[in-house]
Ligand binder design. Structure first.
Ligand SMILES: [Ca+2]
Ligand SMILES: [Ca+2]
Length: 234
């Protein structure tokens, strides 16, 4: 867990008055099978995406399988999943003994990116997606964000043909109106159909932009102060 915290710290971009930063959850290790040839996030927008906008990393990385998470891996990453109800096998992942039934759940805490008195004005979610093959096997995925159906995320996952297996990072803009006051984002990914097309996630990111929340109380104090100064000047 210590290494994960260090990774999160290193993933944070310095943030000051601009109040824009991102956190990385999990490690960039191609599901524990190796290393990327270059930054897998390059080409994707990590912060400031409009709701439901989608961008992709340019790097597509093939790798060996199967794999299992190492101790200390961020919960839900580097783990092969199949549907919550699996009645068939379409790929190597779906027959791996170490697979888990969905839904794959992520709890992403981004509270460290939201200064006191600020509100989130944009949130950009990044996912290093692996071996999503609905385009081939026609067993659709269903994704939820904060327990609500997330059509754009679902459609993005369902459009992949990651036969190989290959991994590719993408980002998606999440509507700030659907965010939690606790500044945690919960992600759920399951597979419908026969559940027999295995998948995995290598790492995730969250980028947020924030702005100060106008406080009526402080505005009142400022107004009274200004009035007092004006009175003194008379
Ligand atoms: Ca698959
Ligand atoms: Ca990983």
């Amino acid at each position: 867990m210590k290494t994960k915290l260090i990774a999160i710290a290193l993933g944070m971009v310095a943030f000051n008055s601009a109040q824009a930063a991102f956190i990385e959850y999990g490690d960039e290790d191609v599901l524990g099978t190796g290393t990327y040839g270059s930054d897998p996030k390059a080409g994707a927008t990590l912060n400031g995406l409009a709701p439901n906008a989608v961008t992709y990393g340019t790097l597509i990385t093939g790798h060996g399988f199967p794999f299992d998470p190492s101790s200390g891996d961020f919960a839900g990453t580097d783990q092969i999943y199949v549907g919550s109800v699996q009645t068939s096998n379409h790929d190597g992942y779906s027959g791996h003994g170490g697979r888990l039934n969905g839904p794959q759940m992520f709890d992403l805490d981004y509270s460290s990116l939201v200064p006191a008195g600020h509100m989130v004005t944009s949130l950009t979610l990044g996912i290093a997606a692996d071996d999503f093959q609905n385009a081939v096997f026609q067993q659709p995925y269903l994704a939820k964000i904060n327990s609500a159906n997330a059509p754009t995320l679902t459609n993005t996952l369902n459009a992949f043909n990651q036969t190989g297996p290959v991994t590719q990072f993408f980002t998606i803009g999440v509507d700030p109106l659907g965010l939690s006051a606790t500044h945690h984002l919960s992600i759920s990914i399951d597979q419908l159909g026969d559940g027999g097309d295995g998948w995995a996630v290598d790492f995730l990111t969250i980028g947020v932009e924030t702005a100060p929340v106008p406080e009526p109380g402080s505005l009142l104090v400022l107004g009274l102060g200004a009035a007092a100064i004006l009175r003194r000047k008379r």
